[in-house]
Design a protein around this ligand. Structure first.
Ligand SMILES: Nc1ncnc2c1ncn2[C@@H]1O[C@H](COP(=O)(O)OP(=O)(O)OP(=O)(O)O)[C@@H](O)[C@H]1O
Ligand SMILES: [Mg+2]
Length: 478
């Protein structure tokens, strides 16, 4: 996948990337691509206008299993912006309290924090690597001046020729000898450095102190919503808890990673990261609100334990319209966060949403239901296409499986037919159909002597037609 940062990705490039995984649905791809590019456009502006420009939120409408969630998933891998995918229906669950909707902004901020922190860590990486190297050398070479606090639990270089040399030098006392010793140590150190860089010492063990805090308790408390009180409890607890320093033995290779991590954390500016995170979330954050149709429609009589759907919409509204949410890193304004919603909307329609919410989602795109031809392409074209997956899996058993074109057409036709006769579950049907088709081959693969298997159209028909023709049977199996 392209590693080009999203801000440089044009709508065309975004669509191209999505095309690698999702067949068809061009209108939806274009809409999300434009929306994402618009974030970048707005950021280029200065002055009052920048604040006036609201994100053009989108609703993707389409039957089940045609790629709505898939578009979101691929998009999140594509954009470098903080991206959160969440099911709106989550908020109708038992135990929900209105303010929980704010948690999505907090989650988004955590995601943003990870991105920004990684960027900052990258910036200090070279420096951190240098320091880590010195510390590793300190660990590998026992001190020779007799002043150092460090006491090795055992001669760490016991078996090494360089080690025995430096062991000796600790014995030397006196001015002249001292400088000589120092020189010798320096030489040893440089020799070790070369070895270290060449990876020759990677397997050797060293002892390193690692700081750890007992975090789980803190996590529980913060997820219970204490943050809403506007105090950074998590941080407070972190400071209160005694940090435990453990000594742990590990290989030089592992220690290098740990040390680089530790040093990078020391080098980065936490306040700066927090500020940048807030800014990033406010201006580039994207929330994918899946299953929006599940909260559409007025509450039915005797709705049971579920929270009123309209209630959830009312709770969502301020966040989508723009409000302030307190997070661990500061207050986040939600005015410019982009919302992309999706839903099948087969029972409820977008017009069943409360009017205020409808107004906040001005762009509607419909996804097409998938035809047999689409299925043929979905089976073979995407980078993660099912046929590619099965082929790779069976190859691990030494079985080479091939599917001539007519076989693919036949599988696609059958999947489309079952979608018509029983329920239309879109491309999900391909999973069940393929699994049934290949069950036998999959079972026999390790034992079979036939190492090349050709699944032709006849094989497909033989395997599947009987099931397809029996409607009751196909309801269970396919
Ligand atoms: N157009 C498509 N191209 C490639 N694969 C697709 C396409 N549509 C669906 N799929 C595959 O089908 C499966 C289901 O798709 P997805 O989760 O996107 O459905 P959905 O539209 O979100 O449906 P629902 O309304 O039920 O949530 C996924 O595994 C996805 O890879
Ligand atoms: Mg979905």
């Amino acid at each position: 996948m392209s590693t080009k940062p999203h801000k440089e990705m044009t709508p065309r490039e975004i669509v191209e990337q999505l095309d690698r995984y999702i067949v068809g649905q061009n209108e939806a791809k274009r809409a999300v691509a434009i929306a994402i590019r618009n974030r970048w456009r707005r950021r280029q502006l200065t002055g009052d206008l920048k604040d006036e420009i609201m994100p053009k939120n989108i609703i993707m409408i389409g039957p089940t299993g045609v790629g709505k969630t898939e578009i979101a998933r691929r998009l999140s891998g594509l954009v470098k912006a903080p991206f959160l995918k969440i099911e709106a229906s989550k908020f109708t669950e038992v135990g929900y309290v209105g303010r929980d909707v704010e948690s999505m902004i907090r989650d988004l901020t955590e995601i943003g924090m990870n991105i920004v922190r990684a960027e900052h860590m990258e910036q200090v990486k070279i420096k951190a690597e240098k320091i880590a190297e010195e510390k590793l050398l300190d660990l590998l070479i026992p001190p020779t001046d007799g002043i150092s606090e460090y006491t090795a639990p055992e001669p760490l270089l016991g078996t090494d020729e360089d080690g025995s040399e430096s062991e000796f030098s600790t014995q030397v006392i006196g001015g002249h000898a001292n400088t000589e010793a120092a020189e010798r140590t320096a030489r040893t150190r440089e020799k070790m450095r070369v070895k270290l860089r060449n990876g020759e010492l990677d397997e050797r063990e060293v002892e390193l102190s690692v700081e750890s805090k007992s975090m789980p308790m803190v996590e529980i408390i913060s997820s219970a919503g204490i943050e809403q009180m506007g105090v950074d409890f998590q941080n407070m607890f972190e400071k209160m808890l005694p940090s435990q320093t453990r000594h742990s033995r590990m290989t030089v290779a592992e220690a290098r990673e740990v040390l680089i991590q530790q040093e990078s954390e020391q080098l980065v500016d936490k306040d700066k990261i927090a500020k940048e995170t807030i800014k990033r979330v406010e201006n580039s954050g994207i929330i994918f609100l899946d299953e929006l149709d599940k909260v559409a429609g007025r509450q039915r009589d005797g709705a049971g334990p579920d929270v009123s759907r309209e209630g959830v919409q009312r709770d969502l509204l301020p966040i989508i319209e723009g409000s302030s949410v307190t997070t661990r890193y500061g207050i986040v304004r939600t005015d410019h966060i982009l919302f992309i919603a999706a839903g099948a909307f087969n029972v409820a329609k977008p017009s069943d949403l409360i009017p205020e919410l409808q107004g906040r989602f001005p762009i509607r795109v419909e996804l097409d239901s998938l035809s047999g031809e689409d299925f043929s392409r979905i089976l073979t074209e995407p980078k993660n296409a099912l046929i590619k997956q099965y082929t790779a899996l069976l190859e691990t058993e030494g079985v080479k499986i091939s599917f001539p074109e007519e076989a693919i057409t036949e599988i696609a036709r059958i999947a489309a037919e079952v979608n018509q006769t029983s329920q239309n579950i879109g491309a999900r049907r391909l999973h069940t159909v393929l699994e049934t088709l290949l069950e036998g081959i999959s079972f026999d693969a390790p034992d079979t002597k036939k190492k090349t298997v050709k699944v032709d159209a006849k094989y497909v028909r033989d395997k599947l037609n009987a099931i397809v023709e029996n409607e009751d049977l196909s309801k269970y199996i396919l």
